[in-house]
Design a protein around this ligand. Structure first.
Ligand code: 26Y
Length: 818
């Protein structure tokens, strides 16, 4: 029977309870009467991990029987979010576990709350990698995610006197029950030194790399469970000193020196760089990139041999997806391994390399396109620099044969000769890959016509698009149980594996009873977020207000300050007694600023200043509230999206590659105000233009504005409201009477305004006005909310991964059944 089966594989309530108590006793040395909340969490996590590992082992067996092409996802960042709740959902044992714990007088939700998530990424790119892991597992694709086990993840954000302050993220402090250490899976990685070119005894040209130092990388595996059955792993590398190299017993006199070396080796995986979309050119970052890429490629070559394959078949056995250029040194490293270490001919090695890699670009921002100075690369990776030069000289030769102009050839070269010579990593990735993709239709088009235009012209078939998607099981099923239940009552639970079935909700959009239930769920979610905001931001918010939310990394191109200018405009109107058309609104912000990014930090300071002003003004605070929720993370995100009414996606057109928060909001029933940027374009297409609040210039208009010589002060001079709001920034009424605090922002907007806020201000305010009128008609708002959810089925990461399978990797899912 089903019951017996569940019992046998540990999915029954009784079995869960028994194992939980055993873990508590034997692994933690505790009995229920004396436990800390962390003990309870760890015992439950270990109980669940056993079950996850079982699925993982079975999938691995299934995969190796099929012997199909495996996918290696190379990403310097992952943001898996809390594991426990997600794994319970995927194992389908949420209720059983809740019951089991209840019998022990314990509350599942409280235990889930204890988990500290791995913050191994900055934002969108890292979270996307984890969404893809979820879908790869669910769809049964033989895959592995390679990355770095940072000891300190993205910093913990605190707000002190209105400013962001950073604290280290000690996510491993309480231990990590989800990972399995594999001490036997480890590889040596070399750095620095010199190369020796010679002709060996067989008269073969050979290169030897004599490094200055080496470190060893050890694998830490975290199983990622898909819905209902499959499991894959995320394999993260930790750096350690090589024993032999540093701790020679004959060398005890140098014991302290050896210890010092050990510490230096371990530095490599110490900390995640908190910059996104802005280069710092730090040597340690290149070390991190090379370290994880080298371990991963060595691991794959070992697997290739273990499976009895020849190295010549490597590209048939594997495809490697490069998550942006961060791992793109892999192109040179695979060449080095094949040519130098395995004595393969250059031509054959190059063919294998070019048929192995595919590259995803995530950004068009010039300041985020990775470049490494030739001198740094030569010092740290002398052999790789030689290989890159060789790849380049052959590539440029090809271009000359095609008859391209000198100018064009210089533009395409892997080496940028302007100023300090540097290696253009996007070019290396493009030349070394069989496919290059952008992450939304608009972004892929801009990639082809602008940033990588020269390459698209010679290789039109290499370029393609895969629009991003999100793990809807995490961002709807796990994080919004109320809405999930309501949806499942109406249309069944098929949406868990096929999000497009949400379409069936469409016919209930006008159903008044359903609308009422829909509103009740939203209100409950808003109450929960209000509680959180009271605790974490000290702001009391009436949950019936319009929750108008912008959560994402803080960046000028994303224009959090456009939203702030509008809030100040409303504030001033209310003060003038002209607030009658304003719907009571709570403006909610969250997001981290790169620690060295002054403008972004000033924008956070402006949020807290506006919050202080608005929340403490008796004339205003019945109508407006402003809150900044500190330390945005996957865990916080899961509480924010379900409570949002309005999603702010207001980047300057042409700058946001895709956005994925936009999808998570819409999936949870928020309506969007947005520009025609990134995936907003496709969201609008899906939900219908009448259900999307569009404003601002298009990408083409933005570029035209710039071409004609944009003068932001013109808008200041012409629009009274705008003038008043901008002057207010430096009036001393914000930030405790300090006139100069926001002067840099004020000057920047009036003098340069690189993201054209002033130009888009008017149309943004007009749209907001319209939104506030529609909000007053709650039925109409709810109808649109239902329509939004029913029409966003496209944005599941399951769909994205299937497109990668079909258009890039050429693999088919291996479905595993119980
Ligand atoms: C080179 C280094 C400074 C760097 C580090 C991190 C550069 C960029 C990043 C992160 C970029 C990132 O998160 N990009 C976002 O990727 C998402 C997933 O594709 C997109 O949805 C989003 O628009 C894009 O900004």
């Amino acid at each position: 029977t089903i019951g017996e089966k569940a019992d046998e594989i540990g999915l029954s309530k009784e079995k869960i309870k028994k194992d939980f108590l055993q873990k508590l006793f034997y692994q933690l040395g505790r009995v229920p009467a004396v436990t800390t909340s962390n003990d309870l969490y760890t015992a439950l996590a270990l109980t669940v991990r056993d079950r996850v590992l079982r699925q993982f082992v079975r999938s691995t067996e299934e995969f190796s029987k099929k012997n199909s092409r495996g996918i290696a996802y190379f990403s310097a960042e992952y943001l898996p979010g809390p594991h426990l709740g997600n794994n319970l959902l995927n194992l389908e044992i949420v209720d059983e576990t809740r019951e089991a714990l209840k019998e022990l007088d314990l509350e599942l939700d409280e235990i889930i709350e204890q988990e500290v998530e791995p913050g191994l990424g900055n934002g969108g790119l890292g979270r996307l990698a984890s969404c893809y892991m979820d879908s790869l597992a669910t769809l049964g694709i033989p895959a592995i995610g390679y990355g770095i086990r940072y000891e300190f993840g993205i910093f913990k954000q605190e707000i002190k006197e209105g400013w962001q302050s950073e604290a280290t993220d000690k996510w491993l402090h309480y231990g990590n029950p989800w990972e399995v250490i594999r001490p036997e899976v480890s590889y040596v990685v070399k750095f620095g030194g010199r190369t020796i070119h010679s002709t060996n005894e067989n008269n073969k040209y050979a290169v030897e790399w004599e490094p200055e130092s080496e470190v060893v990388g050890t694998a830490y595996d975290t199983p990622v469970l898909g819905y209902q059955s499959n499991g894959i792993i995320m394999r993260l590398w930790k750096a350690e000193a090589t024993e032999s190299f540093d701790f020679s017993v004959y060398n005890m006199g140098d014991y302290y020196k050896a210890v010092e070396k050990k510490v230096r080796s371990e530095n490599i995986t110490k900390v995640l760089y908190p910059n996104d979309e802005n280069l710092s050119g730090k040597e340690l970052r290149l070390r991190q990139q090379y370290f994880f890429v080298s371990c991963s490629l060595q691991d794959m070559i070992r697997l290739n041999f273990v499976q009895g394959r020849k190295l010549e078949e490597f590209h048939e056995k594997f495809a490697i997806q490069l998550n942006d250029t961060h791992p793109s040194i892999a192109v040179a490293e695979l060449m080095r391994l094949l040519v130098d270490e395995h004595e393969m001919e250059w031509k054959q090695a190059w063919k294998i390399t070019r048929n192995t890699f595919a590259y995803t670009n995530h950004t068009l921002l010039p300041e985020a396109l990775e470049k490494w100075s030739v001198s740094l690369m030569g010092r740290l990776l002398p052999r790789h620099l030689e290989i890159i030069y060789e790849i380049n000289s052959r590539f440029l030769h090809e271009l000359r044969e095609k008859g391209l102009s000198g100018e064009q050839i210089a533009r395409m070269s892997l080496i940028d000769e302007h100023g300090e010579p540097s290696v253009r990593m996007a070019h290396l990735a493009t030349v070394g890959s069989f496919r290059v993709n952008g992450v939304s239709q608009l972004h892929s088009r801009l990639l082809k016509t602008q940033v990588l235009n020269d390459f698209a012209e010679i290789w039109p078939d290499k370029f393609t698009n895969v629009t991003n998607g999100v793990a809807h099981r995490r961002f709807l099923a796990v994080s919004n149980p109320g809405l999930s239940r309501l949806i499942t009552e109406k249309i069944g639970n098929g949406w868990l594996t096929d999000l497009t079935t949400l379409k069936r909700l469409e016919k209930f959009a006008d159903d008044e009873i359903f609308q009422k239930q829909w509103m009740e769920v939203k209100l409950e979610n808003k109450k929960l977020l209000s509680q959180l905001l009271e605790e974490r931001a000290g702001v009391k918010i009436d949950p019936t207000m319009l929750f108008d939310v912008q959560v994402k990394r803080i960046h000028e191109y994303k224009r959090q300050h456009l939203m702030l200018l509008h809030i100040l405009d409303l504030y001033l109107k209310i003060k003038d007694g002209k607030g009658e058309n304003i719907a009571p609104s709570a403006f909610i912000f969250a997001g981290k600023a790169a620690p060295g990014y002054f403008m972004a930090k000033l924008i956070i300071r402006l949020v807290t200043a506006v919050a202080d002003l608005v929340n403490n003004d008796k004339d205003v605070n019945k109508i407006l509230k402003v809150a900044f929720l500190p330390n945005f993370s996957v865990k916080q995100a899961q509480r924010v999206y379900p409570a949002a009414d309005l999603s702010e996606q207001i980047s300057m057109a042409g700058k946001e590659a895709s956005g994925t928060g936009n999808m998570k909001f819409a999936l949870n029933g928020a309506l969007t105000i947005g520009t025609l940027d990134g995936a907003n374009v496709e969201i609008r297409e899906e939900v219908g233009e009448e259900n999307f609040f569009l404003f601002g210039q298009t990408t083409e208009e933005v570029q035209e504005t710039r071409r004609l010589g944009y003068r932001p002060s013109k808008y200041y001079e012409e629009q009274e409201d705008l003038e008043r709001v901008l002057d207010f920034l430096v009036s001393g009424e914000l930030g405790n009477g300090d006139h100069e605090l926001f002067r840099p922002l004020y000057n920047n907007l009036l003098q340069q305004d690189p993201y054209q806020l002033l130009k888009d201000f008017k149309s943004y305010c007009e749209r907001k006005h319209e939104i506030h009128q529609i909000w007053k008609d709650q039925k109409e708002w709810t109808r649109r909310s239902i329509l939004n959810v029913s029409r966003v089925g496209k944005f599941s990461s399951d769909r994205s991964i299937l497109e990668y399978c079909q258009n890039i990797w050429n693999v088919e899912p291996v479905k595993l059944r119980d």
